[in-house]
Design a protein around this ligand. Structure first.
Ligand SMILES: [Zn+2]
Length: 281
């Protein structure tokens, strides 16, 4: 029997709880008067469904910002899960034994990379994925959970089917992985910088509707001006004026970091700006 604590949580404000998984991935539980909405589900280490059900008795709607397994794997603990069609394709695998084990190994690598000090995870601690159908999300969908409503706003970029989520009454926008200090835009499933910038300009047009933004990885809190910074970075990339630092990783080639990082804190760039992107040519 494993006595590991898989999750932690903190109340951000009334009706809003942040859940922190073992890979420091962040999910959000929004509690209305009739239902609760879980936005993202963590990497699938430990049963997030049981954890969330210990925080609320309300029926739970599960919404994914995008398909990457550090946010979607925990969704296999739930029967009904909303995601865009584009990103559902990314997770559309057969999940026979070899695929299932491959996914579990990716989860182990992700969590170990974040916590090199933890004892080795066992396969039993990790969700078993299965071939499933998702409920499909579209731009403009609104979920009314009772006194709180969530609007889905398409934001193609990090993945083609990524969305941001506006919690209207709380004046909060969940940016997810779509706009953070190091946006990954170099993945096969990412869009061009041009298309990503267009997505951010659409978000910018909604800026008067939110005061605070939430990310799906650390840092926990970030100023909403990061949106403007990243729009500027995209323009620098397109104008050929960025630093263009070659970026090495296992599965990427022709990838570049737009702005030179400060060295001490990868979330701050050498010129003091927070926003940065990694893109492909
Ligand atoms: Zn992601």
């Amino acid at each position: 029997m494993n006595s590991r604590e898989y999750f932690q949580h903190e109340q951000i404000e009334k009706g809003l709880i942040r859940i922190i998984g073992m890979g420091n991935e962040l999910s959000y539980l929004i509690i209305g008067s009739k239902k609760a909405a879980l936005v993202d589900t963590g990497a699938g280490v430990g049963n997030i469904r049981e954890y969330v059900e210990s925080l609320t008795d309300l029926p739970i709607i599960v919404i994914l910002t995008h398909a990457h397994i550090d946010h979607s794997a925990g969704s296999f603990y739930f029967n009904q899960v909303y995601m865009t069609a584009e990103d559902a394709k990314l997770l559309d695998m057969e999940f026979n034994n070899s695929q299932c084990n491959e996914m579990k190994n990716i989860i182990i690598q992700f969590v170990n990379a974040t916590n090199p000090q933890i004892e080795e995870l066992t396969m039993e601690e990790i969700v078993t994925p299965y071939k499933r159908k998702f409920e499909l999300l579209s731009d403009g969908d609104v979920f009314d959970i009772g006194d709180i409503s969530l609007e889905i706003i398409a934001c193609p970029g990090h993945t083609k089917g990524s969305v941001m989520i506006l919690i209207k009454e709380l004046r909060i926008m969940i940016f997810g992985d779509s706009c953070n200090p190091n946006v990954w835009l170099h993945l096969p499933e990412s869009t061009s910088v041009l298309e990503y910038r267009h997505s951010l300009l659409r978000i910018k047009s909604r800026e008067v509707e939110y005061d605070r933004v939430l990310l799906s990885h650390f840092p926990r809190d970030i100023n909403k001006v990061i949106l403007d910074e990243i729009i500027d970075v995209c323009e620098e990339v397109m104008d050929g004026k960025c630093d263009e630092i070659p970026y090495e990783c296992d599965e990427c080639y022709n990838a570049y970091i737009a702005k030179k990082q400060s060295g001490e804190d990868y979330n701050i760039q050498a010129d003091g700006i927070v926003g940065n992107i990694i893109y492909k040519k």
